[in-house]
Design a protein around this ligand. Sequence first.
Ligand code: FES
Length: 107
Amino acid sequence: MSDEFEYNKLCICTNLRGGDILPSCGKVGSKELADALEQGLKDMKLPYEFQRLHCMGKCHLGPTMRLSPGGPFIMGAKLSDVAHILNLLKDGNFDQLAQEFPLKESA
Ligand code: FES
């Protein structure tokens, strides 16, 4: 892994809760998003681990991603956002990534 960036891992939830009945990341395209991001990271040889997780507790707000260790959530990305996200990761532009795909939890 690279020492260049403060985050070296991208986690994404691909959970399909309740067999597609309950709100979940899998229900809003996270599996396809994960496939595209994983392939893009490989193709661009970006220095990030990639991990699919079962749930990060933001099921109704997803697809849920998070930079690790301890980074911001990256929420609601679509397949059409993959190239842009990969470019932001390439540049280590984590603040912009978090601003463009914010966690908007209801109070
Ligand atoms: S189903 Fe993705 S955060 Fe829970």
